[in-house]
Design a binder for this molecule. Sequence first.
Ligand SMILES: [Zn+2]
Length: 426
Amino acid sequence: MKGAALKALSLGLGLVLAAGLALEGPAVAPAAAAELPANALVVDGILLINRDYPIGADYDPIPGAPDNKQLLPEAQAAFQDMQEAGRIEAGLQLFVLSGYRSYAYQDWLYKGYRANVGDYADTFSAKPGMSEHQSGLAADIGDRRYPGITLEVAFENTEAGQWLANNAHRFGFILRFPKGQEAVTGYQYEPWHFRYIGKEAAGRMKAAGVPTLEAWLGTDTGAGRALASHQLGNVHVNRLPVPLRGYLIKDNHYYKLRDLAQVLAGTGAAFSVDYDAAHNEIILKRTPYAKGKAGEAPSASLPYRSALMNTITVRVDGEAYRLDRAVIDDLSYIKLRDLAKPLGFTVDWQVEPPTVLITTPAAEDEAKGQEKPDPAQTASPAEGSETTPATPTPAADPGDPAAAAPEEGVQASNPTDSHPAPSRVG
Ligand SMILES: [Zn+2]
């Protein structure tokens, strides 16, 4: 009954859309820079649109474009490459039955479905403002040789459906609503609906066997990935602000161990980091009060990233701890709280302004015997660094050849000695 109703609707829609036809007309004008709503979620540069992350009524990346006919230029070029490859490799005649849809059109479409089948419409049609089609990045694809099968599950058994399922990723498209993933995507299996996310991401997602965009971007954690937010508060070590940037993942702060080692250098919780590749273990050695080497400033990052979540053994002075790890860009991030006890510091959270407070107990003990730091100076690190002339790097421990090596590098790149190198070409 339900299936029959859907089938009738699908066929009806197919007829409506077939009149609009495909993407073979003149090239689309470059999209105006449409403003995404503030709550839109972009992870690893990929826009996620679903019921949890709508894009609202005002987002219109192809203003004035006719409904169903176009994709954003990059997606359209990728589709045309795919169309050509499908023709050469499998004799397919792929076409886009429905691409970009305006909010108003989706509203009309959704209301039409609801009028016919009530709540059941929500299993196959997005409410306006929640459809990927509004982004110009989604395409309902068919084969001109059998246009009537386009919006039906039977499309999966056609040459076109099978070729697309196996090859769309090569062109940057993913099957957006796979079979068996209805609880994650919120929609019925749609072997015809493909979403453009770019070749690299689509290829990696396919290779990793991650079934949905939600799981790939980490809003669904079923595939062992999680959403990582760069929107962290400040970090203070013993009341002084430090340039430590990491990620907030499921309400926990994760940092790179080398970055943490750098900001804890000189404190009672100072430590060194090594990696034991043979055993796939991270080796930490506590080195209280040891100075660190000057490091790089934290680099800018996208606000949201997708992290692969797993665990790794971290050895602290020989003792093994199995700790949660987040992997982003092949770099390991470890939960700050998990490191506190092994490394001998405490972590607190200040709500306003949002600040992670790291305290190294040994440094507190040390502070008892010292004068209180002048708050006027500690409050403004930028001024402090201005008034402090570049101090010479402390002499390296003569017994530590590794520590001496970077010194030469520092001298070689002395910025005051900035004569341009003579050109060999002249
Ligand atoms: Zn669709």
